[in-house]
Design a protein around this ligand. Structure first.
Ligand SMILES: [Zn+2]
Length: 108
């Protein structure tokens, strides 16, 4: 797996997905909650979250701040770890230390 620095194109990939997320969510709130379909709205919300997080963990990787090891993380880890803008608080799979791992895009 090859990694590269996060560029403008990668930022744009995130932004358009966030826009889709917000637009669909707002539409869902207006249509579903208005009609008392709260459950459906939660399903839409979860679906969108899974879509974005799943895409994010395949598109990006992280570089350990301590030893420079680069790793990709799985869906669950992506979900429950803390994001620090372009970094993530992660435990390195190589040196086993916690650090503020740097966000990298995966070259494809
Ligand atoms: Zn490390």
């Amino acid at each position: 797996m090859k990694y590269k620095k996060v560029g403008l194109k990668d930022v744009w990939e995130v932004i358009w997905r966030l826009i889709v997320f917000i637009v669909l969510e707002l539409t869902a709130v207006i249509w579903l909650v208005e009609n008392g379909l709260m459950i459906l709205w939660i399903v839409v919300l979860l679906g969108l979250l899974i879509w974005i997080v799943n895409w994010h963990c395949h598109y990006f990787g992280y570089e350990c701040d301590k030893c420079g090891h680069k790793q990709q993380i799985n869906f669950l880890k992506e979900f429950y770890t803390i994001n620090l803008v372009n970094r993530k608080y992660l435990k390195c799979e190589k040196c086993k230390k916690w650090s503020r791992a740097k966000l990298l895009a995966i070259e494809r």
